[in-house]
Design a binder for this molecule. Structure first.
Ligand code: AMP
Ligand code: ZN
Length: 502
């Protein structure tokens, strides 16, 4: 199968072949752990997860790593502003008062390691809930920035030795952008453009000690900083970009990797700077052969932002703070992966409802096939007509819409050969990652349902009311069951209620 991927480096779809046949080295920029991850973050992470799972089902051995940014970076890229850990400490103090952060979770909010630990665990929990595979592989492939300070320092030293970096008069270490003539190839932000102010991310006062305004921070000596480490350039902290270059190289074991992913906002300056650092140190032409960027998630057509009041963490959605009732993790995963990664995903309440229907269809089909095959699962290869159409669609730059357009009509019919159908589903779900999550709640009612509403008893009562021809009472009971979050159906064997997934 020929795999084609859009490469942001060249702005075109290209044939994908890994450097080492059969093995893909892949790195995704991960979360900053100063807060809970939001649904936009998860769109990017799950987009990478989908690509990774597809490559695995297509037959590759995928080594997928992701960083956890637990170093207290500044709110501004040039080292100015406030440290994000300090911002988080203030918020946690408030959240402790209101009970949002449970007692005992962060004993001392002024300790940045406690803050990072709290949000790292929350991220790993949310990721597991949403089926992000790399998080299951923790700890080997989730790389903590604070555990790689030494590797960052070695890389910085190498850049100094190779004349790509310098120590300024005030002791700060900068990458000298002019020393790397491919700077701007990824984002189009060339030095000329930056100097004419288009990418201007440098405040006047911070430029004083730099050789050029576009130079970016590698190490900042600052013994008063909330998180600091010893270094040859004084006690201080690393710049934001250096962590990914250092960890990708040391933890994936190669100067050149196959795929690097992140959200579209990371193209500049983060990924542009990662390339300059990695290639500057290695002398290689590429850091990553393919750069894959996910377009942003919007909420009901608008940019997601706290000021708009439409800013949602994954937990907000799952726990019912967005739709007024809990959303099953399989539904949120489906919603976040169902749109092609190079289109904006418009997250809507209606879309969640559609995703819930699709997940229900998938699980109903699975249950029917399971029942009919009595547990037999057929051996199915990638050349099975449904599987191959599904994979071929994904091979075209992860065209998930086309892939789902293969699956959804197929599951609308009853399976002809249930064992074979189970084999196909198994393959397909290796990529989608929906059924494993769905099975956790759908069959035994919903695990997130904490109310003591007895739907089964209400159905029997409803049937009795119908038998007694007390239709007012039957209608009232039906409404009660619907209000408790169930779909209600009355058939020849009586009434059944199924918990809604969203
Ligand atoms: P952060 O924790 O802010 O560094 O972001 C983690 C990842 O989420 C990065 O790859 C970002 O590009 C991505 N990201 C942030 N906001 C959104 C959004 N609204 N839609 C999609 N991806 C996003
Ligand atoms: Zn990164």
């Amino acid at each position: 199968m020929k795999i084609r991927l859009y490469n942001s480096l060249n702005n075109r779809v290209e044939d994908f072949e890994p450097i080492n046949p059969g093995k893909v080295l892949m790195y995704s920029c991960g979360p900053t752990v100063y807060d809970f991850a939001h649904i936009g973050n998860f769109r990017s992470f799950l987009g990478a997860d989908l690509l990774r799972r597809f490559l695995e089902v297509a037959g590759y051995d995928v080594i997928h790593g992701m960083n956890i940014t637990d170093v207290g970076h500044m709110t501004e890229d040039d080292g100015s502003g406030e440290d994000k850990m300090v911002v988080a400490a203030k918020r946690i103090k408030e959240d402790k008062k209101s009970g949002k952060v449970p007692e005992g979770s962060v004993d001392n909010p002024d300790d940045p390691y406690q803050i990072a630990k709290y949000y790292t665990q929350a991220f790993l929990d949310d990721s597991t809930t949403l089926g992000l595979k790399v998080a299951h592989e923790y700890p080997e492939r989730m790389f903590h920035a604070t555990e790689h300070i030494q590797e960052m320092q070695e890389l910085i030293q190498k850049l100094i030795d190779r004349n790509h970096a310098y120590v300024s008069d005030d002791g700060v270490v900068y990458f000298h952008v002019e020393s790397f003539n491919r700077y701007g190839n990824l984002s189009g932000n060339t030095i000329d453009q930056l100097r004419s102010g288009q990418g201007g991310r440098v405040s006047e006062e911070d430029q004083a000690s730099k050789r050029a305004p576009e130079d970016f921070l590698l190490w900042k000596p600052d013994p008063s900083h909330i998180m600091k480490w010893d270094s040859p350039w004084g006690e201080g902290y690393p710049g934001w970009h250096i962590e990914c270059s250092a960890m990708a190289r040391t933890r994936l074991g190669s100067d050149v990797i196959d795929i690097h992913t992140g959200g579209e906002d990371l193209i500049f300056p983060h990924h542009e700077c990662e390339i300059a650092q990695s290639c500057g140190a290695s002398g290689e032409e590429h850091f990553a052969r393919f750069w894959v960027h996910t377009r942003f998630l919007l909420v009901e057509g608008k940019k997601m932002s706290k000021s708009e009041g439409n800013f949602y963490t994954a937990r907000d959605v799952l726990e019912g703070r967005v739709t007024g009732r809990p959303v099953h993790p399989a539904v949120l995963r489906y919603e976040l992966i169902k749109t092609h990664y190079r289109s904006n995903l418009n997250f809507t309440v209606k879309g969640l409802g559609d995703s819930a229907q699709a997940v229900t269809k998938l699980t109903d089909f699975l249950n029917k096939a399971n029942e009919a095959s009595k547990g037999q699962v057929g051996e199915v290869g990638n050349d099975h007509p449904i599987v191959s159409q599904f994979l071929e669609a994904l091979a075209d730059d992860v065209n998930i819409s086309a892939a789902l357009a293969v699956v959804l009509p197929w599951i609308s019919k009853s399976p002809e050969d249930p064992a074979e159908a189970l084999g196909v589903l198994h393959k397909i779900d290796g990529v989608l990652g929906i059924l494993g999550l769905a099975e956790k709640g759908v069959q035994q009612g919903d695990s997130s349902d904490s109310s003591d509403f007895d739907a089964e008893a209400a159905c029997r009562e409803l049937d009795q009311a119908r038998a007694d021809k007390d239709y007012d009472r039957a209608d009232a009971l039906r409404q009660q069951i619907i209000d408790a979050g169930y779909d209600v159906q009355t058939g020849k064997d009586g009434t059944t209620a199924k918990k809604k997934l969203a």
